[in-house]
Ligand binder design. Structure first.
Ligand code: NAD
Length: 329
């Protein structure tokens, strides 16, 4: 008996439960991934990780400046070269995300399918609102919102037909919380949360999952914003595994917003206060004074807060409020 126990112990030690779900290496063999803006920064880290784990990757990049001027094939080409040298599978695409359908076409033409789409391409045109021009507003919305719409729209039919798809949209703390000098960027980035949340609901029945990543990384977009030590410490490679997990077939998550940076990841979610009923019965009016008098309850998140994730869920509380007013307080 003792010998049998010992040999079992050593077998486990040498072959550490490779087949158990927890220890299985998460791979993307046979999957085709499009990463937009993959010529540098975060997109490059995503493309390298997906390729390293067996995926065929379309490395899209327009190759312009951080403000969206100019173009060059060098950015996408250098990442494709790096993947090929390591024995991975990748092709470049140089189109702007505003012509997203061409990027998806590259995936289908070169690799025969599309399974995963990471909408990552981005630029900045930071200016205080007083100085912001229509052009600053339009170009940011074009690249971030229209670009993510175009690629997602082009991929959607493929995802539906094959009953499988994963989309990542890229938001920002500026989009969730606002930030001085970024009215255009904040609006675009919070717009992407709305796009993701609706695609998550529409895609669920076709096994299409859409999630949002909120990264913070040292890249050329942040080199003049973050102090140099922080810029170096916040490596894009710390975020790529979070994106890869959200895109893996083992991950059930759909419609979540995940902040990732600095070797940390956490979910963000809307919170609604317990709130207040503003009149005692259906026959009464709501007055400005009743709003004033109930204000501390309206904004108090410390008691009875909830976290609705769909309009139907949010409606429940409003129906309860009507019932209470019907009965009379
Ligand atoms: P980056 O400038 O290093 O990479 C963005 C890439 O997108 C560039 O290579 C650029 O050429 C490409 N690109 C720009 N416009 C394009 C277009 N129209 N079509 C195709 N490619 C285009 O920046 P990054 O920091 O890696 O940013 C990646 C994404 O993450 C962006 O959406 C950005 O807004 C977002 N983000 C970054 C941070 C951060 O801390 N770095 C924080 C929040 C959000």
């Amino acid at each position: 008996m003792r010998v049998a126990h010992a040999s079992e112990f050593f077998r486990k030690l040498v072959k550490p439960t490779v087949n158990s779900t927890m220890n299985r290496l998460l791979r993307f063999d046979g999957r085709v991934v499009v990463v937009t803006g993959a010529g540098g920064g975060l997109g490059k880290a995503y493309a390298l990780l997906f390729a390293d784990r067996g995926a065929s990757v379309v490395v899209n990049d327009l190759g312009g400046t951080a403000q969206g001027d100019g173009r060059s094939q060098m950015a996408a080409d250098s990442v494709v070269d790096e993947i090929l040298k390591k024995g991975g599978k990748a092709v470049p695409n140089y189109d702007s995300v505003t012509e997203g359908e061409k990027i998806i076409e590259t995936a289908v033409k070169k690799f025969g399918r599309i399974d995963i789409l990471v909408n990552n391409a981005g630029i900045l045109r930071d200016r205080s609102f007083v100085k912001m021009t229509q052009q600053d507003w339009d170009i940011i919305n074009q690249v971030h919102v229209v670009g993510s719409f175009k690629t997602s729209k082009a991929a959607w039919d493929h995802f539906r037909k094959q009953n499988y798809g994963r989309i990542i949209n890229t938001s920002s703390v500026a989009g969730l919380l606002g930030n001085f000098g970024q009215a255009n960027y904040s609006a675009a980035k919070s717009g992407l949360v709305g796009l993701s949340n609706t695609l998550a609901k529409e895609g669920a029945r076709y096994n299409i999952h859409t999630n949002t990543i909120v990264p913070m990384a040292g890249s050329r977009l942040t080199e003049n914003i973050l102090p140099p030590e922080l810029h170096d410490a916040l490596k894009p490679e710390l975020i790529a595994p979070v994106v890869a997990w959200l895109c893996h077939e083992d991950c059930d998550e759909n419609g979540v917003v995940i902040e990732a940076a600095a070797g940390f990841a956490a979910k963000y979610q809307w919170q609604r206060a317990g709130g207040a009923i503003l009149r005692s019965s259906l026959n009464e009016s709501v007055t400005v004074e009743s709003v004033r008098d109930k204000w501390s309850e309206i904004i108090d998140l410390s008691t009875n807060a909830d976290y609705p994730t769909a309009p139907e869920e949010a409606m429940g509380k409003l129906m309860d409020a009507l019932r209470i007013q019907q009965k009379g307080l």
